[in-house]
Ligand binder design. Structure first.
Ligand code: 5BU
Length: 495
């Protein structure tokens, strides 16, 4: 097996499926190593053992001895599968893993399913092609895993059709949190290579030099979320770790403060005070203060804003021990964002502990916000908008994946705004909006889930707006949301 793996690693290198140098990822991050396994379709002998296939065709099935000859990726991959759960279907994550899944399907004589990628937003055609029965178990096949989000998306569509997913077999694990993320979601991932083992094979074969290996391993140290094994699992599982433990793992000081505050105050409620009058906002802030972790504003919706307002809000924050988030959703180039953050009439950088920012511009958005903080020593954090709560949001697929990668690029990132458990790092906080006591929608596309369901889907800090501001008895509503959310968090961390 070891020889076969080394052989395939070298062949992948020879066909340029891996490149070394200074690359910039889609999310705008620097990386010294880049994989593009799409090229393997031009090299059939790398995908499937020709000995094996010919033997199979000419000699029928009594050909086990042939299998000791050079195995290609599809055979090696299928060897990884334990199939202990009795899987009866295979599904490749589109697109690179599709041909691999097809070859495994032929080799293992197991039917396969095809997940359509492009109909997701239109919803007219079937998402899963192929014949299956509800309850069948499906093994997912993937080429390269970074955060695991592509596998999770595929799994989600399969689960929606009534299939079960317990195992994913992949060629390469980039060791950036994917394995853990999948494990949290009940999927065991096995890979032919980790990025480190792959580099080891290339070094042994003298395809790369030691400095190249060292640059990849220092990159891994910077971006790595350790793979889980044995006793480490519990200590690194974001959903099961308690806030006070996670506070020690975060690189962002405002996030550490928030995690400690949520733990001591026993609240994960972020109140969205989307009102347009400063007195009404301050009145509600004073009432909610003892029960909330964060108060979230949209200052540009306020009719009578003056510089006195943030001062008064900060005083209430000190009095009741909560943090302030301005949900500004910055989305421009770094220079503009820097100006918007510290200047204008709002001077957000001066008073908001947290701000939200879209990831659309890539790394520049973080660099711009960092620049806007020059001379400000207070702890600040950004929440990157990774998934939106509204119907038809375009925050899908690669966008989510790239946003998760971007979240690892700076200590200024405190967390991600998302609807599901799309990242593994226990040092980052999942902020989830779109919450009411019952599942519903508003008339403008907002979708609501319940406190219980969002917390079990990974939410740490939970945004409630109109669930409180439109309630007849606001104080009772605040207390009800707070206690339902805390109960779900306690359940999650003790499960
Ligand atoms: P609501 O009244 O609970 O629907 O308010 C939700 C708040 O969260 C509101 O301030 C939105 O601007 C904010 N929000 C959201 O609803 N969905 C998102 O995806 C993001 C923010 Br990002």
């Amino acid at each position: 097996m070891e020889d076969q793996l080394k052989n395939c690693a070298v062949r992948l290198f020879d066909v340029n499926a891996v490149k070394f140098g200074n690359f910039v990822t889609k999310a705008g991050l620097q990386t010294p190593v880049y994989f593009d396994l799409r090229v393997i379709v031009s090299h059939p002998s790398l995908m499937v053992s020709s000995f094996h296939m010919r033997a199979r065709i000419f000699l029928g099935y009594g050909i086990h001895h042939w299998q000791k000859f050079q195995k290609a990726l599809s055979s090696l991959l299928w060897n990884l599968s334990e199939n202990s759960g009795g899987a009866t279907q295979l599904c490749g994550v589109p697109y690179t893993a599709l041909p691999l899944a097809t070859l495994i399907s032929v080799e293992a004589d197991m039917p396969m399913l095809i997940r359509r990628k492009e109909v997701k937003s239109y919803g007219t055609k079937k998402l899963i092609e192929g014949e299956f029965k509800e309850g069948e178990i499906c093994v997912i096949v993937e080429d390269v895993v970074t955060t695991g989000s592509s596998i999770l998306e595929t799994a989600k569509d399969l689960l929606n059709e009534g299939l079960k997913v317990q195992e994913a077999i992949v060629i390469l694990d980039r060791e950036q949190g994917g394995k853990n993320n999948l494990k949290i979601n009940g999927i065991r991932m096995r890979s032919l290579y980790t990025l480190s083992s792959f580099m080891g094979y290339l070094l042994e074969a003298r395809k790369v030099t030691l400095p190249v290996v060292e640059s990849v391993s220092s990159y891994l140290k910077r971006t790595h979320v350790p793979s889980l094994s044995g006793n480490d699992e519990k200590s690194l599982n974001r959903l099961q770790l308690r806030f006070e433990e996670r506070a020690k793992l975060t690189k962002n000081r405002a996030a550490a403060k928030l995690l400690d505050l949520m733990s001591t105050k026993e609240t994960t409620l972020c109140l969205a005070v989307d009102l347009i009058d400063t007195d009404a906002i301050l009145e509600l802030a004073n009432m909610a203060g003892p029960h909330i972790a964060v108060l979230k504003t949209h200052v540009d919706a306020i009719e009578n804003f003056t510089s006195e307002f943030p001062k008064a809000l900060r005083e209430l924050a000190e009095k009741h021990n909560f943090l302030i988030m301005e949900d500004r959703k910055f989305a421009d180039i770094g220079n503009t964002v820097s100006l918007q953050y510290r200047n204008g009439i709002y001077k957000i950088a001066n008073w908001a502990d947290f701000v939200t920012a879209h990831t659309l511009p890539g790394y520049g958005i973080i660099a711009g916000l960092k620049d806007g903080l020059e001379g400000i020593s207070a702890d600040r954090g950004i929440f990157l908008v990774t998934e939106m709560s509204c119907q038809g949001a375009l925050t899908l697929g690669d966008y989510v994946k790239s946003s998760v990668v971007l979240s690892k690029s700076s200590n200024l990132v405190a967390g991600l705004v998302c609807q599901a458990n799309v990242f593994a790092d226990p040092g980052l906080v999942q902020l989830t909006p779109g919450v009411r006591l019952t599942e519903t929608t508003d008339t403008l596309g907002q979708r609501y889930n319940t406190p219980h369901s969002v917390v079990h889907a990974g939410a740490d800090l939970v945004v409630v707006g109109r669930g409180v501001t439109e309630a007849r008895d606001k104080r009772s509503a605040i207390v009800e949301y707070k206690s339902k959310l805390w109960q779900a968090y306690v359940e999650r961390t003790s499960s």
